[in-house]
Design a protein around this ligand. Structure first.
Ligand code: HEM
Length: 324
């Protein structure tokens, strides 16, 4: 979507891009002694994090500049297309206002979307599938909802169906409550001193991490907070009524995630299709291990492994899909 490429899914370039996203996300979340002794950190590179960052940064710059150059060359050779990717729209703006849309700015925008939008969405899908496999009753209920809206065999679930699938939406919300992809949101720094809640003085330059994970599991805010129960988010449930903010997987205020709507659609569509098209089983006797890793993005400690096969009723439809 960002660079307008439909080819290359799973090829070496896209794989190495994903590896880079994961590497950066891991390093952003690493807590090192430098965070606590910033003066010493200017001379000592604890854990070699700075060096690793520099290596991955050079790789990222090269990759993005290659994408921009390639797009520019294609537009020169073949002319502009009607259906623009985000990169093409930015290159148009660059022609009109070169001082505001330098290659550097375009690369920064692409990076923000890639880093904000890829890992967060994919871990949410992985957590949701893990929860569903541990709660087959919920999986069954979601499938029944999809079947009764979309039918059993003649078409795939589409984006327009999502508003009419409240239980599927509730599953995603409940997943984001228990496993918010960014458990500490994004670090913010105060640019002037302020007082919060009447008694907490926050000096200028303080780095603030909001523990959304803890708020989402606070027993004063949620009944049986550790239990996976999508019904909380069905109309009238405790997740949909009452004042105050107790659900903030996308942050809040002016820096709230700008990709929220897209994320809910993307996760809804992916999860909905997985439920609609396949039978899923756990890989082994026991429950899926739900242990989490630390870091800025909440990954599963043990990546999900599952057994799946197409649902009998979907085989014909699936076999007609070219890319499948
Ligand atoms: C389930 C998926 C997602 C989750 C849980 C999520 C969560 C978040 C959170 C917690 C923040 C920080 C908010 C704050 O500072 O308080 C954020 C920021 C951001 N997100 Fe998302 N996000 C998701 C998907 C996406 C997608 C799909 C995109 C774009 C394609 C995106 C783009 C961004 C950007 C650009 C920022 C930085 C905004 C800023 O600093 O002003 N996110 N996201």
């Amino acid at each position: 979507m960002i660079v307008g490429r439909e080819d290359g899914v799973g090829d070496e370039e896209s794989r190495s891009f994903m590896e880079m996203v994961e590497e950066v996300m891991t390093m952003i979340g690493v807590s090192t002694a430098s965070d606590f002794f910033p003066a010493v950190a200017r001379v000592v590179d604890w854990g070699g994090v700075r060096k690793r960052m520099r290596v991955v940064d050079i790789k990222k710059e090269e990759m993005l500049q290659r994408l921009i150059n390639e797009k520019r060359r294609r537009r020169k050779e073949k002319g502009k297309t009607d259906q623009k990717s985000m990169l093409e729209a930015l290159l148009d703006l660059q022609e009109e206002e070169p001082e505001n849309y330098s290659d550097q700015i375009i690369k920064a925008m692409i990076v923000a979307l890639f880093f904000g939008g890829t890992d967060t969405s994919s871990v949410t899908i992985e957590w949701a599938m893990s929860l569903l496999l541990n709660h087959p009753g919920v999986l069954h209920k979601a499938r029944t909802e999809i079947d009764s809206l979309v039918g059993k065999d003649h078409r795939l679930i589409q984006e327009q169906d999502l508003p009419n699938l409240p239980y599927l939406q509730a599953i995603i919300n409940e997943t984001l409550r228990l496993y918010p992809a960014a458990p500490l949101l994004a670090p913010h720094r105060s640019h002037e001193e302020c007082v919060v809640g009447g008694s907490y003085r926050v000096p200028n330059g303080t780095i603030l991490l909001v523990n959304a994970w803890a708020i989402h599991r606070d027993p004063e805010l949620w009944t049986e907070p550790e239990v996976f129960r999508p019904e909380r988010f069905v109309e009238g449930g405790e997740g949909t009524v009452g004042g105050g903010i107790k659900m903030l997987p996308f942050g809040m205020g002016r820096r709230r995630c700008p990709g929220e709507v897209m994320a809910m659609r993307l996760v809804g569509l992916a999860l909905g299709m997985m439920i609609q098209c396949f039978e899923w089983e756990r890989d082994g006797e026991g429950l899926i291990d739900m242990e989490e890793t630390g870091g800025l993005i909440l990954h599963k400690a043990d990546p999900l492994r599952v057994m799946y096969r197409p649902r009998q009723s979907m085989v014909d439809l699936l076999s007609q899909i070219e890319t499948f």
